[in-house]
Design a protein around this ligand. Structure first.
Ligand SMILES: C[S@@+](CC[C@H](N)C(=O)[O-])C[C@H]1O[C@@H](n2cnc3c(N)ncnc32)[C@H](O)[C@@H]1O
Length: 267
């Protein structure tokens, strides 16, 4: 993970392309709601982007504070469904230095924690947690894609994140640093979503490593053609059937009265 690529999310084109990403399945929000056991039912969403978590969660909770350092993403979020709810408060800031207004009974990090400076992020958040607050790490996306090999080859050719390691487990890494004690995890049932081939292609340009702003027009066209070729045999009338699933892992920062687990020796 090249953390510098996080600044790609500041581009307007990335925020615009973001609406082509699949929404999180409804089960995610049922599960998040069930993890709130304290009052007030206030939530902090870190690296909120254009509110893919914060906006659908807002009607279910007392208040949600959505923090993201990209003005473009926050502006996009305000203009999307539920983006202007009075109980959804946007803040354009790095989470590491955000002005927090807890206590929060739940913290959500959707596809975002790997971008942050973990020690600073947890130091910022921990004083604002209710006694039983849960910290939830959420990832989601299409699963079981028969066209994946062709798509993966195009991504490999064009991605600006050539050191990306798909086996990296952020929950393990946080636990090893003594920042997080996992309490549970679940994978949601896949839900079907139909998407045009054009929309499917465009959502890749909402990622930090494949943004249009990082490519020449020629390279972007080459990438788009490669994806189109890979998926078209599986489309019907220009539409793909996707199965979208999410993974939630929740837990808490360790209580400060217990010693942090030791790091393995450096090799
Ligand atoms: C992949 S997007 C995820 C957005 C949203 N949570 C979702 O699930 O769709 C990652 C977001 O994290 C934000 N981000 C990255 N590092 C950040 C930091 N240190 N503080 C605040 N936001 C950050 C980026 O601007 C981007 O909007």
């Amino acid at each position: 993970m090249v953390k510098e690529l996080a600044s790609t999310f500041r581009h307007d084109g990335v925020a615009e392309a973001y609406r082509h990403r699949p929404p999180y399945p409804d089960e995610v929000f049922d599960r998040l709601e069930a993890l709130i056991t304290d009052e007030p039912r206030s939530v902090l969403d870190i690296g909120a982007g254009e509110g893919a978590i914060a906006r659908p969660l807002a009607p279910r909770v007392e208040r949600i504070d959505a923090v993201d350092f990209s003005q473009a993403m926050v502006d996009a979020g305000r203009g999307r469904a539920d983006g202007n709810r009075p109980n959804l408060r946007w803040q354009v800031s790095r989470i590491e230095s955000a002005e927090l207004d807890g206590p929060y009974a739940l913290v959500t990090a959707g596809a975002s924690i790997h971008w942050m400076r973990w020690e600073e992020t947890f130091a910022r958040i921990v004083p604002h947690l209710t006694p039983n607050a849960q910290f939830v790490i959420i990832e989601h996306g299409p699963v079981d894609m028969p066209w994946w090999d062709g798509v993966a080859a195009a991504i490999k050719r064009h991605s600006r994140s050539q050191s990306y390691d798909p086996s990296f487990d952020v929950v393990d890494a946080l636990q090893q640093r003594g920042l997080f004690e996992p309490a549970g995890s679940v994978r949601t049932e896949p839900v079907t979503r139909c998407q045009s081939v054009a929309g499917y292609i465009e959502q890749f340009h909402s990622t930090s490593s494949l943004a249009r702003e990082l490519m020449s027009a020629e390279e972007a066209a080459e990438f788009d053609t490669a994806i189109e070729r890979a998926v078209t045999p599986y489309a019907q009338d220009g539409v793909l059937e996707l199965k979208i699933a999410a993974e939630l892992s929740w837990g808490r920062p360790p209580r400060s009265d217990r010693p942090a687990p030791k790091l393995p020796p450096m090799r």
